[in-house]
Design a protein around this ligand. Structure first.
Ligand code: G3P
Ligand code: MG
Length: 253
């Protein structure tokens, strides 16, 4: 189980550009223990942090990720769209994000985004990087809305901690979870009710809900049994609940 009740969504998406190394550092500075990051592939199969299938929203470039390769990454600015203070913040290689999370003592929920490329390729490329760059399997959860892709990931890594992402909880959620040997269920907090929360917890799964930036709702969800919340603003949610603080002095790193 995640040792903290707060997971920084896309790093800390309200406080620093999402899915960047700066965002990971910001989350650590907030004192939380886990972050969620989105990973997808460039056209040459390089895994990078990005939520979207295009570069338009979060970089200074336009077009689908599949039009770009690793050699284009030094030219991308993934920070100034958020705030001019973050100009030239790079779009990270997955490997750099994995190393930084470990350096900062952060657990990681890595969400796989397949988009235009085949799920088995995404799973294999991500698995290859995790095999080389990640040391602590208990501090890594692999999730996706694409459950076929999670099946490919399970094929490569029999021991991975897998989380099933849903919007609405479907009728046969537990069969899906059992098929993938998942440890956690990840749901939209707006679309889950108290009975479903109780059902998931009674079945023995961890339950993590995305993306809650409302302190009063966070307090209610924890009271109903949700184990952790993804939030864009960790200090805002921390202020309303007891969390396992993990202060990190970045200057010492
Ligand atoms: O993994 C939780 C959450 O990130 C899922 O939705 O669209 O923000 O990636 P999204
Ligand atoms: Mg995500």
């Amino acid at each position: 189980m995640i040792a903290s009740s707060i997971i920084g969504h896309r790093g800390a998406a309200d406080l620093a550009p999402e899915n960047t190394l700066a965002g990971i550092r910001k989350a650590a500075k907030c004192g939380i223990r886990w972050v969620e990051l989105d990973v997808t592939l460039l056209g040459d199969g390089t895994p990078v942090l990005c939520h979207d299938d295009r570069l338009d929203r979060c970089t200074n470039a336009t077009g689908p990720l599949t039009n770009f390769t690793a050699s284009d990454l030094p030219l991308l600015d993934a920070g100034s769209w958020f705030n001019p203070d973050w100009i030239d913040e790079p779009m990270p290689h997955l490997s750099d994000a994995l190393l930084l999370c470990q350096q900062l003592g952060l657990g990681l929920n890595l969400e796989l985004k397949p988009y235009a490329l085949p799920g088995d390729l995404v799973a294999r490329k991500v698995f290859e990087e995790i095999s080389v760059y990640w040391q602590s399997p208990e501090k890594l959860i692999i999730s996706s809305f694409d459950h076929e892709l999670l099946g490919f990931y399970r094929y490569y890594d029999l021991f991975a901690q897998i989380g099933l992402l849903f919007e609405h909880l479907p009728e046969f959620w537990q069969l899906k979870a059992e098929a993938l040997q998942a440890i956690s269920i990840h749901c939209d907090w707006r679309l889950i009710n108290a009975a479903e929360i109780a059902l998931i917890k009674a079945a023995g799964y961890d339950l993590y809900c995305y993306t809650c930036n409302e302190p009063e709702e966070a307090a209610r969800l924890f009271q109903q049994g949700v184990d952790a919340l993804f939030t864009d603003n960790p200090p805002l949610i921390s202020s309303s609940v007891e969390t396992d603080k993990h202060a990190i002095v970045l200057d010492e790193l």
